[in-house]
Design a protein around this ligand. Structure first.
Ligand SMILES: [Mg+2]
Length: 448
């Protein structure tokens, strides 16, 4: 690891990080001018027990935090307005945003629905704040004042991301190597991306409580504290040296769903698991892969006493709905026997992935669990493919094996989560129009 202080020249500004402010809430305010300037919360479900996945800057300024329940937010702001998330509209907006940012500066990496990283040439870096202003002006012209972003520029992506967080909303910060670590001295360790609660605790145990202490660590110490090479990567990026990360290969297709209170009866839970599975299976097939394992998971409510239950079913490498639904039926039968709590959330994952070209004889071998032969399996694969193409032609709800159930919360398998941005093809519901704000039922009269 090079000692950067001894290199004679400091790391240069080479990255720009752009992060939208309160993205889902700003998107709704952008789509519906009446919501601009108002405290607004975006909730996933049309239920009075829902919690905000985003709150507008007006709500944040008056003390409502992301994650607040509707009740808690109303106690602080009785006039707060709640709308239901429309993931398809946000994905469309995300794509338009990429085009506008890309017209000023090539986007190197899309990091989430509202965050992108760009690489800077020396001349772009020299522009400094003027470059950020140009991007913001292009966005303001293409969209509306409701949709603002914060921008950081720095030698590395990690530092640029920190810069984007520092002066929100509509912020800008340039973090130069020669100003480190003083430029970060106002931050808590947990403000840094990559310092989770767990890493924070390990740092504290190692006597590191602030930015200064973190800065003084040697790369090897960081590696020891993190327990893996991520520690050294973090050290590099933190000190202004790029840490290249091998591309992570997709290892699973999964969907999870929090169940509303009125959607937790066993039959509803099983129907939900089934819809989540079929959606994951379609994505798997679209990417030309097979899976060898299905995992079904249930979680009770949130908090420290949260209970979890997981069951895994293995099978010969498969890509057809019949194999997957049979594995799910077995897992559900196990759940009926062994599950000791009422589930509040369900997840279904297809894993142990392989493409046809990677498959060895072993993975292909093994007859179907019910003794059906190779020809039968091929038939069912063809059936699944035909159904996928019919869905593409006639809409995702056109048909599926067996009964099609509506599942609580809608947007099967097409939520924006864990950094995954769904494709428009993932949405099985009819698209909402941008301006079709979905208000939470039962808002106080005159709220709008
Ligand atoms: Mg953001």
């Amino acid at each position: 690891m090079p000692e950067i202080e001894d290199q004679g020249s400091m790391p240069k500004i080479e990255r720009l990080y752009l992060d939208f402010d309160s993205f889902f809430a700003s998107a709704e305010q952008h789509f519906n001018a009446e919501l601009r300037g108002r405290p607004l919360g975006v909730v996933p479900l049309d239920s009075p027990h829902s919690s905000c996945i985003a709150v507008s800057r007006e709500a944040k300024a008056r003390g409502v935090k992301t994650g607040a329940s509707i009740q808690a937010a109303r106690r602080i702001l009785p006039d707060m307005i709640f709308v239901i998330a429309r993931h398809d509209a946000y994905v469309r907006l995300h794509k338009r945003i990429l085009d506008v940012v890309g017209s000023i500066l090539p986007v190197a990496n899309v990091r989430s629905i509202d965050e992108v990283a760009c690489h800077l040439s020396p001349s772009e870096a020299r522009e400094g704040k003027a470059l950020s202003d140009r991007i913001k002006a292009a966005l303001a012209q293409a969209f509306s004042p409701a949709l603002t972003c914060s921008i950081g520029m720095a030698p590395t992506e990690l530092l640029a991301k920190v810069g984007a967080e520092m002066n929100k909303p509509d912020g800008f910060a340039l973090i130069a190597a020669q100003d480190l670590p003083a430029a970060l001295s106002k931050l808590e360790l947990r403000d840094l991306p990559g310092i989770s609660k767990g890493i924070g605790a390990r740092l504290a145990a190692a006597g590191v409580h602030d930015i200064e202490g973190l800065w003084r660590l040697a790369p090897k110490q960081a590696r020891r504290i993190w327990g893996n090479v991520e520690g050294e990567r973090f050290w590099s990026e933190f000190h202004g040296v790029h840490a290249e990360r091998p591309d992570t290969k997709k290892s699973m297709y999964g969907h999870g769903r929090v169940l509303p209170r009125d959607g937790r009866a066993p039959q509803q839970v099983e129907a939900c698991a089934r819809q989540l599975l079929l959606s994951a299976a379609r994505r798997l097939r679209r990417d030309g892969l097979r899976a060898t394992e299905l995992s079904l998971g249930f979680r009770s409510g949130r908090g420290s006493d949260e209970a979890q239950w997981t069951w895994r079913e293995s099978f010969a490498a498969a890509r057809d709905d019949r194999t997957f639904t049979r594995a799910l039926s077995k897992a559900l039968a196990e759940a009926r026997r062994g599950l000791k709590f009422s589930p509040h959330a369900v997840s279904v994952t297809l894993q142990g992935l392989a493409s046809d070209s990677e498959l060895t004889g072993d993975l292909f071998a093994g007859s179907l669990d019910d003794g059906a032969d190779e020809a039968t399996r091929k038939t069912w694969e063809k059936v699944s493919d035909v159904m996928d193409s019919l869905r593409r032609l006639h809409g995702a709800k056109a048909l599926s094996l067996g009964v099609q159930d509506e599942i609580p919360g809608g947007y099967v398998g097409a939520k924006i989560a864990f950094g995954r941005i769904p494709d428009e093809a993932d949405f099985s519901e009819a698209p909402t129009r941008d301006e079709d704000t979905r208000f939470l039922s039962g808002q106080p009269p005159g709220a709008l």
